[in-house]
Design a protein around this ligand. Sequence first.
Ligand code: IMO
Ligand code: MG
Length: 419
Amino acid sequence: MKLDVVLGLQWGDEGKGKIVDVLAGNYPIVARFQGGPNAGHSLHFEGKSFVLRSIPSGIFRKDAINVIGNGVVLDPITFRKECENIEATGVPVKERIAVSKKAHLILPTHRLLDAANEAAMGKGKIGSTLKGIGPTYTDKVSRNGLRVGDILASDFQERYGKLKARHVRTLSQMQFDCNPDAEEAEFFAAVDYLRQFRLIDCEYFVNKELDDKPILAEGAQGSMLDIDYGSYPFVTSSSTACAGACIGLGVAPSRIGHVYGIFKAYCTRVGSGPFPTELFDETGEKLRKIGNEFGAVTGRPRRCGWLDLVALKYAVMISGVTDLIMMKSDCLDSFPVIKVCTSYKVNGQETSQVPFDTYASIEPVYTEFKGWNADLTGCRSESELPEAFRNYIAFMEDYLGVPIKIISLGPDRDATIMR
Ligand code: IMO
Ligand code: MG
């Protein structure tokens, strides 16, 4: 069977949680393969709402196993809080979650380093979620990191002490005022909690299960935050594209099936970095208000702008997207004119490519659509969709060369049209 992948195609916050929750009904296994608690995946069903950070969005589906893959960075403290929160609603999380022994651990001092790095960058800061993501991946790549499997070793405490000492030296060199011991007791208690979970050899587990079961891989962040293909350096520290699912779970590229690419009908970005279609006027304000564009993790207001098809087509190419999923077009219901960026002007030259220097002066060139001026939120089938809206969809499919297979018209599980 195949590994199908769900990816965000923009700057994160596309609605991956909702879609994975909807699709999870068809998959006995859901797996996260990169990122960590910088993600905030929101789920709404039966009048309840949850924001998931490290736990895959299949957790509320009975009989689904939720894998935290080796490409993920896991903060035991956040993970424990998240699990206990869900456990309190009667979900048997320990039965439904399996964690790769090769996933790297976020220490409390990784979070302090994240804050120290950002403070040192001043105005040029990344706008990180400050969850310790960058410093943990840095330790992974520089071969200093601690992994989930290490918590089973008798000398774990000692290894922790060694890594912490390195961090403390750096923090003091950076003259960052903090208490590195503050969360240590909570960290070790959370590590004890983590030991109660099924710790797996993810690559063996996933490949064996794929023999007779389909698996859904759940991406975090978005293509434009990818460490290689995003607007570097204003990116996250992992591979958010489809290839990341292979590395982050130990699966060969030939096993990939559908690649579901999720995008919102407009764009948002939190944190710093280039955003060619950003709106600084009341239209942007209106998008933020109607779309409730405030960070699920940090509460920060998200920057808003028109849909950027140049960036979207780039993301489709990098990941080989086979099925598009469009979110939140209902948020455009009341706009008389809807714009989509179909090319860039870079130094006066028109192009349909994302330039190397994303800080070059990019001027978006727009195609305008007359708004459909109708309430889409109640639509549950294709035939109920207004013609102006269907034309708009057809235009996008034509531009991107990939069919839009799912249209989401509200946060709830049910507000979804399958095409
Ligand atoms: P989900 O999975 C939106 C952004 C941060 C910052 C940059 C680097 O909910 O879509 P990091 O903490 O990773 O070092 O931050 O990436 N960022 C996200 N933006 N949604 C996310 O996740 C994000 N995860 C990281 O705002 O600009
Ligand atoms: Mg988010």
